[in-house]
Design a protein around this ligand. Structure first.
Ligand SMILES: Cc1cc2nc3c(=O)[nH]c(=O)nc-3n(C[C@H](O)[C@H](O)[C@H](O)COP(=O)(O)OP(=O)(O)OC[C@H]3O[C@@H](n4cnc5c(N)ncnc54)[C@H](O)[C@@H]3O)c2cc1C
Length: 353
């Protein structure tokens, strides 16, 4: 049985919508104009199971959260599945941890705000990441030395082929850097309906990454509220607000490459930022630095460009087509490969084309 201080924070309003030719421009943070042939929104997981019993799943479908990691190259000629499931409830607790279950449709940063408000530690470094809870395990979101995988206890989902409810333990999610089983074997096979997070009652803080420690100290005491605020301050100073300038955050993943190849680059360019990874024999390079070295930072071509302060962020200055962004991304990939021999892979999901 759920008991909860959290349950009362959300009014659980049931809603199902099935719409044709639905505009997605405000549903993607690039602000790209695109239409879905059909759009199915639901607020309870049962509705998806019922839908799957009644309708044959079309060949083309897309599971969508907040659209902050999507690039529409064209209209989407299929069904968009939009699991707008609300609610954050305390599922259970033990001496050290509180287990919160959050619906797939909860705004990620709202969950972080709530956890900090109730003094629960673990998500504070992930403040202000756009998107919804349902997508957080898919690409194992991360920032400031923390990844969603560090706090995900269970992922609940519905199998699109059978309508069955499934549950994945942290281990079964096979998390890796910006990666999980949901991006590989199970890509597009299931809809995440909720995620259970294991949060510290007695938080330990992670401040080693970047300028976080200095910013927290500037704000005062080291506590959850100040860490969250410090992360927000740093992110707001560095990253463009998608409400003002269309973007999807980091366009490319930081490449993780063989240590001996990385060493050759480090020998030639001693200032290249590089990091150890849990994989022995592999080094992670900063994609933004590689792109900057190729002269792309601040580049603009018509409606698209590379952000002036953040070379990893491609932007839509307004009215861009998805294909223009893809062309720019291709040029960047080619020039980084020509200069460093490193292949950049998009972090953003490119849809259609
Ligand atoms: C300004 C900005 C800053 C960002 N900073 C970061 C950062 O610091 N760290 C980071 O990791 N990411 C960052 N991102 C990327 C993005 O916020 C994350 O990838 C986020 O988790 C995407 O969530 P979403 O709900 O918008 O998912 P969407 O973009 O809608 O979807 C992303 C992928 O997840 C799948 N998906 C979505 N919901 C579900 C579901 N319920 N079930 C199954 N599959 C689903 C989609 O099919 C798609 O493949 C940033 C983006 C922006 C715009």
């Amino acid at each position: 049985m759920y008991f909860s201080i959290f349950a009362c924070l959300f009014i659980l309003k049931k809603m199902i919508r099935l719409l044709n030719n639905y505009e997605l421009t405000t549903y993607n943070t690039f602000g790209l104009r695109a239409y879905a042939k059909r759009f199915f929104e639901f607020t309870e997981s049962e509705e998806l199971s019922i839908f799957l019993q009644r309708e044959k799943l079309p060949e083309k479908y897309l599971i969508m959260g907040g659209g902050s990691n999507l690039l529409f190259q064209s209209d989407f000629d299929g069904l968009v599945i939009f699991p707008n499931i609300p609610g954050v409830v305390e599922e259970h607790e033990d001496r050290s941890f509180t287990y919160l279950e959050a619906g797939a449709g909860v705004e990620w940063d709202e969950l972080v705000r709530l956890s900090v408000h109730y003094g629960l530690g673990g998500l504070e470094n992930l403040s202000l990441i756009p998107g919804k809870v349902g997508a957080s395990p898919v690409q194992n979101i991360g920032a400031y030395g923390v990844e969603a995988k560090d706090r995900i206890h269970l992922v609940r989902a519905i199998d699109l082929a059978t309508g069955q409810r499934l549950e994945f333990t942290n281990e079964q999610c096979r998390f890796a850097y910006r990666d999980s089983v949901f991006k590989n074997e199970l890509k597009n096979k299931l809809v995440v309906t909720s995620v259970v997070f294991k949060l510290d009652k007695f938080p330990e803080f992670k401040l080693e990454y970047g300028a976080l420690k200095q910013e927290v100290e500037r704000l005062g005491e080291v506590n959850l509220v100040n860490i969250r605020q410090a992360v927000i301050n740093i992110r707001e100073s560095k990253l463009p607000d998608p409400q003002k300038l269309g973007n999807a955050g980091s366009f490319f993943k930081n490449p993780v490459i063989d240590a001996h190849v990385a060493q050759q680059i480090i020998d030639n360019y001693e200032r290249v930022p590089h990091y150890q990874t849990p994989d022995e024999g592999k080094i992670k390079l900063a994609a933004g630095w590689l792109i900057e070295q190729c002269g792309w930072k601040g580049y603009r071509d018509g409606n698209v460009g590379v952000h002036a302060d953040q070379a990893l962020v491609l932007v839509n200055y307004g009215g861009a087509k998805g294909s223009e962004l893809v062309q720019l991304a291709n040029k960047i990939q080619t020039s980084v490969f020509d200069k460093f021999g490193v292949k950049l892979m998009p972090e953003v999901n490119i849809i259609g084309g």
